[in-house]
Ligand binder design. Structure first.
Ligand SMILES: Cc1cc2nc3c(=O)[nH]c(=O)nc-3n(C[C@H](O)[C@H](O)[C@H](O)COP(=O)(O)OP(=O)(O)OC[C@H]3O[C@@H](n4cnc5c(N)ncnc54)[C@H](O)[C@@H]3O)c2cc1C
Length: 594
C-alpha cells in the first residue's frame, strides 16, 4: 500500500533553523511569521494533504478525467476536495489580502505546495494554474481587470489556465497563429486552437479564465508580436454575474503517461471575447517575468514526487524481508533480514534522501530570495535578489525535475517487481514525475537559457551574486577542522564549476555550438554544487549550534550531508570532463548518419 507522510518536521527545521530571514526584518509581513504560526500552518497542511488529498491520488490515477461532448469530468472526490481546499484558503496563500488572499511569503507557501503536490500532483495542478493566471493579471492587468476577475480567482470560485502551446509550436512560441482582432468596445476577438492546456476544461469551478497568447494582424513577426489576453469561458454581465458562453470549447483531452487526473485539453477559441493583459506585443515579456514563479513551482513538483516516493521506499525496505545481511543475519529469529540491511538498498535510499532533503533546503532558500526580490527595503537589494532568482530558476527547474525522475525510479527499484506493478503505487510517481522535465520549458531549453542568457547577463553579474557568497562561506570555514569533510568536497566541485563557466563563456563566444553542446551538463554541474552549498551550510550550522530538533534528527542530517559529498557530488568531475571535451564529438555526425 502507498505511504505518504508530509515532511512537516524537515520543513519546520528548515524554516526555523536553517533559513536566515534577517534581511526582511522590520517588514510586518515577515515579522508576523513566528515559528508558532508557521509550525501551525505546516502541521495543518500536512494533515489535510495526508487525510484529504492522498487518498484520492491512486483513485484519481485509475479513473482519470473523462471528456463528453465538450465537458470534462474530474475523478470522484476531486470536486469535494477542491471545495474544501479553497474554502479553507489553501489555494491563495501568496495572493494579496485586498483580493481576499492571505498575503503569505513564498518561503511559507512553497513549503505548503510541496505537501499538496506530494499527496496528489494531479489535483494540485488545478490550484497551481489559477495562481499562475492570478499572478499574470495582478502584475500586468488594468485596475478594471483586477477588480473584475481577481477576487473570484483568489476565492477559488473561478480557475485559471495558461494557453501558449499550439499544434505546430511548443518551444518556439514565435510561431503562434492564434489571432486577436480589436473590437469597437476595446476588447479583442480571439480565434485559434491551443493544445495541451492543463485544466482547460473541468467541473471544479463555474468559470475558467484562460490567459491566451495571440497576435494582432499588424503585429511584428516572431515573439515580438505576441500579446497576452484574458479570455473567460463564460462572459460576465455588467453586474459581474455570469452571462453567455464565450465560444470557448474543449474539443478533447489527451490520454497520457501520468498526471491522469489533471485534464490536458485541446481548446478552440472562436471569436471569443478577450481582454488585453499588459501592453500590446509585450505578451512574451509578461510571460518571462511570470516564468520564475511557475518554473520554481515545477521544480517543487519534482521534489514533492521524490519525497512521496521516498516515503514508500523506506517503509517497504524496513518491512520486506529478503536475503541476509552480508556480515551475518541481523534478525536471526526471522526467515530473512529486511531489505534495509543491504548496502545497495541503503545506497538507493540515501541517494533519494540526500537529493530530496537537499532540494528542500534549496527550495526554502530560493523561495526566500523570491520574497526578498519583491519586498526588500532598497531597490538594490530587490534587484540583486531578482538576478539571483533569475540565474537559479532554470537550474532549480531542470535539476529538481531530472532528480524527480531519478528518485522516483529508485523508489520503484527498491520495491523490485512490486514497484513495477500498479498495486503499490510506486510506478505512478515515476509516471507523474516525467512531465515535469518537459513542460514549462523543456529541460534542454532551461539549460540554453542558463548558458545563453543568464551567464552572459550584465557581464556575468548574475553569476557573481551566487559565486561571491559561496566563496566567502568556503573561506570562512577553511580553518574549521570539524567541517572539512563537507567544505573540501564543496570547494573542489566549486572550482570545477568556475572552470566550466569560464570555458563555456570563452568558447561560446566564437562558436555557439560549444555552449549549446555543454549546456545540459553545465546545468547539472551547477545544480550539484548549489545543492552541496546547502548541505555544507546545514552541516556547519548543526556542528556549531544545534537547535531544538532531536539528536537523532541532527545526526541523520550530518550523515546524509556526508553521503551527498562523498557519493553524489563527485559526479561533477565526470560532468566537467564532458564539458571540456568540446562540441565536435556531438556535432560532427551528419544528420543522414543517424
Ligand atoms: C501534460 C502536459 C501539460 C501541458 N500543459 C500546458 C499548459 O497548461 N499550457 C501550455 O501552453 N502548454 C502546456 N503543455 C505544453 C508544453 O509546455 C510543451 O509540450 C513544451 O513546451 C514543449 O513543446 P513541444 O511539445 O511542442 O516540443 P518541441 O518544442 O517540439 O521540442 C521537442 C524537443 O526539442 C527540444 N528543442 C526544441 N527547440 C529547441 C532548440 N531551439 N534548441 C534545442 N532543443 C530544442 C526540446 O527541448 C524538446 O526536447 C503541456 C504539455 C503536456 C504534455
Amino acid at each position: 500500500m502507498a505511504i505518504f507522510k508530509a515532511p512537516v518536521d524537515d520543513t519546520k527545521y528548515l524554516i526555523n533553523e536553517f533559513l536566515d530571514t534577517s534581511e526582511l526584518n522590520g517588514n510586518p509581513m515577515f515579522d508576523d511569521m513566528t515559528p508558532d504560526l508557521t509550525d501551525a500552518i505546516f502541521e495543518e497542511a500536512g494533515n489535510i494533504s495526508e487525510s484529504l488529498l492522498f487518498p484520492l491520488n491512486r483513485s484519481g490515477d485509475e479513473q482519470g478525467c473523462t471528456w463528453d461532448d465538450g465537458s470534462v469530468t474530474t475523478p470522484d472526490g476531486f470536486k469535494a476536495a477542491y471545495d474544501e481546499m479553497t474554502a479553507s484558503g489553501w489555494g491563495n496563500l501568496t495572493c494579496q489580502q485586498e483580493y481576499g488572499g492571505q498575503g503569505l511569503p513564498h518561503y511559507v507557501a512553497n513549503a505548503v505546495d510541496e505537501m499538496v503536490i506530494a499527496s496528489n500532483m494531479s489535483f494540485s495542478i488545478y490550484m497551481g494554474l489559477t495562481i499562475g493566471a492570478y499572478n499574470a493579471v495582478n502584475q500586468f492587468g488594468s485596475d478594471t481587470l483586477k477588480k473584475t476577475f481577481l477576487p473570484n480567482m483568489v476565492s477559488g470560485k473561478w480557475s485559471g489556465t495558461m494557453c501558449l502551446t499550439e499544434p505546430h509550436c511548443g518551444t518556439d512560441l514565435g510561431l503562434i497563429r492564434t489571432k486577436a482582432i480589436l473590437s469597437n468596445d476595446g476588447s479583442y476577438n480571439i480565434s485559434g486552437s491551443k493544445i495541451f492546456i492543463s485544466a482547460g476544461e473541468h467541473d471544479l469551478t463555474e468559470n475558467i479564465l484562460h490567459l491566451v497568447l495571440a497576435r494582432t494582424p499588424d503585429s511584428p513577426k516572431g515573439i515580438k508580436g505576441i500579446s497576452l489576453f484574458l479570455v473567460p469561458k463564460i462572459n460576465l454581465n455588467t453586474d459581474g454575474s455570469l452571462g453567455n458562453p464565450n465560444n470557448v470549447s474543449c474539443s478533447g483531452i489527451e490520454h497520457k503517461m501520468g498526471i491522469k487526473a489533471s485534464s490536458t485539453c485541446s481548446m478552440e477559441f472562436n471569436e471569443s471575447k478577450g481582454f488585453l493583459v499588459g501592453e500590446l506585443n509585450k505578451g512574451m515579456k509578461a510571460m518571462f517575468i511570470m516564468m520564475n514563479g511557475a518554473r520554481i513551482h515545477v521544480g517543487i513538483q519534482g521534489m514533492a514526487l521524490s519525497h512521496v516516493s521516498y516515503c514508500g521506499a523506506v517503509d517497504y525496505a524496513k518491512e520486506r524481508i529478503q536475503g541476509r545481511a552480508l556480515k551475518g543475519p541481523k534478525h536471526p529469529e526471522k526467515a530473512a533480514d529486511p531489505l534495509i540491511v543491504h548496502p545497495d538498498i541503503r545506497r538507493m535510499l540515501l541517494t533519494m534522501k540526500a537529493y530530496t532533503e537537499g532540494a528542500r533546503a534549496l527550495s526554502t532558500w530560493l523561495s526566500f530570495q523570491l520574497d526578498v526580490s519583491h519586498h526588500a527595503d532598497t531597490e538594490e537589494q530587490r534587484q540583486q535578489a531578482n538576478h539571483l532568482v533569475s540565474l537559479l530558476t532554470p537550474i532549480f527547474k531542470s535539476f529538481l525535475t531530472d532528480m524527480g525522475e531519478t528518485v522516483t525510479s529508485l523508489g520503484m527499484q527498491v520495491y523490485g517487481g512490486h514497484g513495477y506493478i500498479r498495486e503499490n503505487g510506486m510506478e505512478q510517481y515515476l509516471r507523474d514525475a516525467r512531465i515535469c522535465q518537459i513542460y514549462e520549458g523543456a529541460n534542454g531549453i532551461q539549460a540554453l537559457d542558463l548558458v545563453g542568457r543568464k551567464l552572459p547577463a550584465h557581464m556575468g553579474q548574475y553569476l557573481r551574486y551566487f559565486f561571491h557568497p559561496l566563496s566567502q562561506f568556503i573561506e570562512e570555514n577553511a580553518d574549521n577542522e570539524s567541517v572539512q569533510m563537507y567544505i573540501q568536497p564543496l570547494s573542489k566541485s566549486f572550482t570545477r564549476l568556475q572552470n566550466a563557466s569560464l570555458v563555456i563563456a570563452q568558447k561560446g563566444l566564437s562558436n555557439p555550438d560549444e555552449a549549446g553542446a555543454a549546456a545540459s551538463e553545465y546545468l547539472k554541474l551547477f545544480g550539484l554544487v548549489a545543492m552541496a552549498y546547502m548541505w555544507a551550510q546545514i552541516a556547519v550550522q548543526i556542528k556549531s549550534d544545534a537547535g531544538s530538533m532531536s539528536e537523532e534528527f541532527y545526526d541523520a542530517k550530518l550523515k546524509t550531508s556526508l553521503f551527498y559529498m562523498q557519493r553524489i557530488l563527485p559526479k561533477t568531475g565526470a560532468l566537467l570532463s564532458n564539458i571540456m571535451s568540446g562540441s565536435d564529438n556531438t556535432m560532427s555526425l551528419d544528420a543522414e548518419q543517424f
